[in-house]
Write a protein that binds this ligand. Structure first.
Ligand code: MSP
Length: 656
């Protein structure tokens, strides 16, 4: 049995839009680690998947005229398809709508409730729907979501709470004892500060929408989407199920890869849940930076760049895109994506440095030896330097890979590539080729280059799964001469090596022409998007006229209507339309502003009973704060008629 095991995860993605370069980035990084560990002989578990519940998905589905399940099914297929194109070698793809996951979440929720870790209460606070995250007043940044800067909504509902507040000290202690738990180190302080500011209990159920996993002992509630999602990491391994052998084998995970904005969920909420369940914590959570697009935005709605991974793979090949993403950006920091940077990397690193090294070497072996390197003896000092560097490279590379410094690991490999190219310049095979006495030396130079190419082909495999075989085929290497162990050995290729000329690995791209073509594609797609948007707007307008949108009784119940009596009324200065009214609402009175001054004089209104929407958020109109809205009907010829109520009804009476 293999005792070396390794469990790596990606976040599970919201299927609220098509997968893009950003989501591909995390997945490719996790894939590189999974492949690297497999090469090292580990038994690897690599999971990814989709986080399909929540209010945002429910709303998106409604807008698209689909059921939430129909909506997510379509997008999940796109994720799966893209991972296939990108050569992602995940062992599992977990969907939070999988029955096994749903059951496990219900069991976990019940277990936490029975254990007194979850209790019932009432939630009052702010909610960011796109991020599905709760915030207190003080956590908001300029009144908006502190994570993504978008609008938040006020929420009040009966809910279950997880006793997160009990875990602050335990988490801090855990961080202290496990200094590598949060990576990169630089992000740890922010998390510690967050805990030190005080942890509130976490609302873990919702009643205001339906698209979630029902709490099985109180099915008015659905489980909060983050509790649902985070447990994917154990549920995918069969936690709580009859067959939990994988869970026993692979949990705790070795590393969760997450984007920096969701680190908080993974190093505070997730460990607290695990502690409450009495389970071990993941060994490490690594927060990577964002790939930013032209306008400094993390979403790949970029102006001026083609960012669809499928289009990029089509044009440049999967390995080129994977290489670029892992080489160009330092995994722990943000980086800017541009098509120009991608093309430059392909031209310089792949076509020139690696591609040319291979094609030059194989071409020379063809020219001087008809493709077969004769057995040789002659070795010189310049060889030893190259050989030393090549056989020690794997160790250097592993140190970087073990710390998820992908770009640095690749940079080491490219150092060997450039050393080889320099070695060709220095040994001058074209000169040796002219001198019959130097045939033996020339053969040695060629053999050394093939050995280096063999080592290079093994070390690039985690990042570029399709390229190694092409290299190995051209240099005549066997798969069993290209194992991980062999990457730090010399003299593995047989003497009398038979090479084979092949296609260039990465054709050079004409930058100017390519950028022109890409710009044209961007322009065309912008035009197409604009005309589609116009069509959609026209269609919506038409539908809005014809369709009355039905609501549930719960929706109606959110609007609090009361009868109120107008006690004072005057026009709002500097406004042609507004009247300022003082109304008796049965609770001491309030001020309301209404746009009816062209239809009523104050005298016509004072003393009348009206219907008031009493739970509207306050709004300032022409400098006057309005605390509600008076109901009125829009009549033909733009006339407005206030709905007066029976004078007998006492002010403050609720309307149902
Ligand atoms: N569903 C949650 C995760 C739950 S995990 C238990 C979620 N989903 S997400 O689809 O919004 O984001 C998933 C991951 O993609 C995050 O780690 C996020 O950082 C990453 N990326 C999305 N856009 C990105 C970039 N532009 N660049 C790098 N990664 C980015 O959050």
């Amino acid at each position: 049995m293999n005792n070396k095991k390794f469990y790596v995860t990606t976040p599970i993605y919201f299927p609220s839009g098509t997968p893009h370069i950003g989501t591909s980035y995390t997945t490719i990084a996790a894939d590189a680690v999974a492949r690297y560990k497999r090469l090292q002989g580990y038994d690897v578990m690599f999971t990814t998947g989709t986080d399909e519940h929540g209010q945002k998905i429910e709303t998106n589905a409604l807008k698209a005229g689909k059921t939430p399940k129909e909506y997510v099914d379509e997008i999940v297929d796109k994720f799966k398809n893209l991972w296939k194109i990108l050569g992602i070698s995940n062992n599992k793809f977990i969907r939070t709508t999988d029955e096994s996951h749903e059951k496990a979440v219900q069991k976990i929720f019940k277990k936490l409730y029975d254990g007194g870790k979850i209790y019932k209460g009432k939630y009052k606070g702010w909610y960011c729907t796109p991020d599905e995250a709760f915030f207190t007043d003080t956590q908001l940044k300029d009144g908006k979501c502190p994570d993504c800067g978008r609008e938040v909504v006020w929420m009040e509902e009966e809910a279950y709470f997880f006793k997160l507040s009990e875990y602050g000290d335990k988490l801090l202690e855990y961080y202290e004892k496990h200094p590598d738990f949060i990576q990169p180190e630089g992000r740890k302080n922010e998390m510690i500060q967050f805990i030190k500011n005080g942890l509130d209990d976490l609302c873990v159920s919702r009643t205001s929408f339906k698209w979630g996993i029902p709490v099985d002992f109180d099915d008015k509630h659905v489980v909060y989407v983050w509790l649902d999602a985070l447990t994917n990491y154990i549920n995918s391994q069969g936690y709580t199920s009859e067959n939990d052998s994988e869970f026993k084998k692979f949990w705790p995970a070795d590393v969760h890869f997450v984007g920096k904005e969701i680190l908080r969920f993974h190093v505070i909420i997730w460990p607290a849940i695990l502690m409450a369940l009495g389970l071990p914590l993941p060994k490490q959570v690594f927060a990577h930076g964002w790939i930013l697009f032209g306008d400094g935005n993390k979403m790949s709605k970029s102006r001026g760049n083609i960012v669809d991974p499928i289009v990029l793979c089509d044009r440049y090949g999967v390995d080129a895109l994977r290489y670029f993403l892992m080489r160009e950006f330092s995994f722990s920091s943000d980086g800017l994506f541009t098509n120009e940077a991608l093309i430059n990397r392909i031209n310089f690193d792949l076509a020139n440095d690696l591609g040319n090294l291979l094609s030059r070497t194989v071409a020379m072996i063809g020219k001087y030896f008809d493709g077969i390197i004769p057995e040789t003896q002659k070795e010189s000092a310049i060889d030893s330097e190259l050989i030393n560097f090549a056989v020690n490279l794997k160790k250097e590379y592993e140190t970087k890979m073990d710390n998820y410094r992908f770009s640095a690991a690749l940079s080491d490999v490219w150092l060997l590539i450039s050393k080889c190219n320099k070695y060709i310049d220095e040994t001058m095979p074209w000169k040796l080729g002219k001198d019959p006495n130097e045939k033996d030396r020339l053969a040695r130079v060629m053999y050394n280059l093939c050995e280096c190419l063999r080592i290079i082909s093994v070390l690039i495999e985690p990042f570029m799964p399709g390229t190694p075989e092409k290299i190995q085929h051209q240099i005549g290497a066997d798969k069993n001469q290209c194992t991980w162990e062999s990457a730090s050995k010399w003299g593995v290729l047989p003497r009398n090596l038979k090479t084979q000329k092949g296609e260039p690995l990465f054709p050079r791209i004409d930058v100017k022409k390519e950028i022109e073509e890409l710009n044209k594609m961007v322009e065309d797609s912008m035009k197409a998007a604009a005309s589609k948007a116009a069509e959609k707007a026209a269609e919506n307008a038409e539908n809005a006229e014809n369709v009355v949108k039905l609501i549930d009784i719960e929706d109606f119940a959110k609007v609090k209507l009361i009868v109120a009596k107008i006690t004072e009324c005057e026009p709002v200065k500097k406004s042609k339309k507004l009247l300022k009214l003082r109304v008796d609402d049965g609770q001491g009175g309030r001020t309301v502003v209404s746009g009816i001054s062209q239809h009523y004089t104050p005298e016509e209104l004072i003393g009348k009973s009206i219907i008031l929407v009493s739970n509207l958020k306050p709004a300032k109109l022409c400098g006057v704060e309005s605390n509600g809205m008076i109901l009125a009907a829009t009549c033909p010829e733009n006339k407005v008629k206030v709905i007066f109520a029976d004078d007998e009804i006492p002010a403050g009476s609720e309307i149902r």
